[in-house]
Structures are given as structure tokens and as C-alpha cells.
Design a protein around this ligand. Structure first.
Ligand SMILES: N[C@@H](CCC(=O)N[C@@H](CS)C(=O)NCC(=O)O)C(=O)O
Length: 224
């Protein structure tokens, strides 16, 4: 099945990450590039995200959203899943392998991303709180346990389950947020895994497109 029309996604007008590709539109852009689907981007300000027009698309007033004809989606995992279902290339054809790849998508957003977000929100919002010095090592330790488990499962493989899939796309996108933290240093196979994801041409195209927003070179027309 091919998508009937050019989808439109939303992204930050001014991303807090200053174009490092850590906002969640990146994983959607990456998936669209992997399958060769052109797309449009509507940039939204923080104020606009909280207004009724955007909340009609995204109940929580966030990015990314995905519009394609009558279909409106939010949640990056769901959007990537939709793209992967509508195009060949991101999910295996074999039913069991497909189910396993989808499982890794869920694992990325439901099991690995939460402790990463916990670390980030702790650092961002609790740095001036009296409990910060005690809480930070606990949060880091919990995250190390999860990373150790993921590292053990990946082992020497290139990807989590056979060929690259939407499961790897989501997992790499989630792990990328840790790159600057130093926490990945003790897991060389995870560092190599992330680097393999970043080296994919589709990742590079998506990264350049989101960076263009920050450098002022974004074209509101189609991407891809
Ligand atoms: N679970 C959602 C999270 C969406 C999310 O947190 N988006 C961030 C950008 S990466 C956002 O819009 N933050 C602004 C806000 O929450 O006000 C997803 O995966 O799409």
C-alpha cells in the first residue's frame, strides 16, 4: 500500500536542542526518508502548540503530528508505525519477524525512553532542589541497568533483530538523547549501534532537514 498524498508533519519553530536532531519530529522525518516518502513540515511555536487549533491535532499540545488527508496522528511511535505499515522497508514481511520488530518499537518508547527522560527532566527541572544530589545517582543507576540489559541483548549484532527495522529506528532515536551525557561510554556496542543508525543516508537527510530549521535554511515546501 502506498500513501495517497504528501503528509504534513509538525516540528518546533525553535527547537530547544538547537538543531541537534533530538526532538521527536526527527524520528518521523527519518522514517519518511527511509521509505522515500516526500513530506511537508509545518513549524509551530511553543505558544501555537498550546492553542486550540493545534490541540485539535494533538491533545497534549506537542509535536510531532502527522496529517495525511483525513488522517491525523500524534505520538511519534504511532506515526512511525503507520509509515512502516504503509511502505515496504521498515518492517519485515515475515509475520513473526514483523511482530518482533514492532515489539522493539514499543520497547524503545515504553521501556528505554522513560528512564532517559527521567534523567533529562531531573537534570533540567530539579537541579536546584535539595534532593538533587541524592536523586541524580539513583536515576543514573536505574538507567545504567536498562542500558546494560539492552547492550547485553544487542551483543555483537548490527541491529536488534536481523535487518534494520522501525524497531532500530525508534531505539536509536531514543538513545541519541544520551550521546552528550557520557553514560553510553561504558557500552561500546550501543555507541556503535547509534553510529550505524546515524550513518544511514535517510538519517542524514532527515538530520539535515531539521537542522535547516535552526540555520534558517528550512524550505516550507516539500522535503524528500
Ligand atoms: N510521547 C510523545 C512525546 C511528544 C513530546 O514530548 N514532544 C516534545 C518535543 S520532542 C514537545 O512537544 N514538547 C513541548 C511541550 O511538551 O510543551 C511522542 O513520542 O510523540
Amino acid at each position: 500500500m502506498t500513501l495517497p498524498m504528501t503528509p504534513t508533519i509538525t516540528a518546533f519553530e525553535q527547537s530547544p536542542d538547537r538543531g541537534r536532531g533530538l526532538a521527536r519530529d526527527m524520528r518521523v522525518r527519518w522514517a519518511l526518508e527511509e521509505v522515500g516518502q516526500p513530506y511537508k513540515v509545518r513549524l509551530v511555536s511553543f505558544a501555537a502548540m498550546k492553542q486550540a487549533a493545534h490541540r485539535a491535532l494533538h491533545p497534549f499540545g506537542q509535536i510531532p503530528t502527522f496529517e495525511e488527508g483525513d488522517l491525523v496522528l500524534f505520538e511519534s511511535g504511532s506515526i512511525v508505525f503507520h509509515i512502516a505499515q504503509c511502505h515496504a522497508g521498515l518492517l519485515p514481511v515475515d509475520a513473526n519477524a514483523r511482530a518482533r520488530a514492532i515489539t522493539w518499537m514499543f520497547a524503545a518508547v515504553n521501556t528505554v525512553e522513560p528512564p532517559i527522560l527521567d534523567l533529562q527532566t531531573t537534570k533540567l527541572l530539579e537541579g536546584d532542589k535539595p534532593w538533587y544530589a541524592q536523586r541524580l545517582p539513583l536515576v543514573e543507576d536505574r538507567l545504567r541497568v536498562r542500558l546494560g540489559e539492552l547492550s547485553a541483548r544487542l551483543g555483537r549484532a548490527d541491529w536488534l533483530d536481523g535487518a534494520f527495522s522501525a524497531g532500530d529506528l525508534m531505539m536509536v532515536a531514543v538513545l541519541l538523547r544520551l550521546k552528550a551525557s557520557g553514560l553510553l561510554d561504558q557500552y561500546p556496542n550501543l555507541c556503535a549501534y547509534i553510529a550505524r543508525g546515524e550513518a544511514r543516508p535517510a538519517y542524514q537527510q532527515a538530520f539535515d532537514a531539521q537542522l535547516a530549521v535552526f540555520t534558517g535554511k528550512h524550505r516550507p515546501a516539500d522535503v524528500g
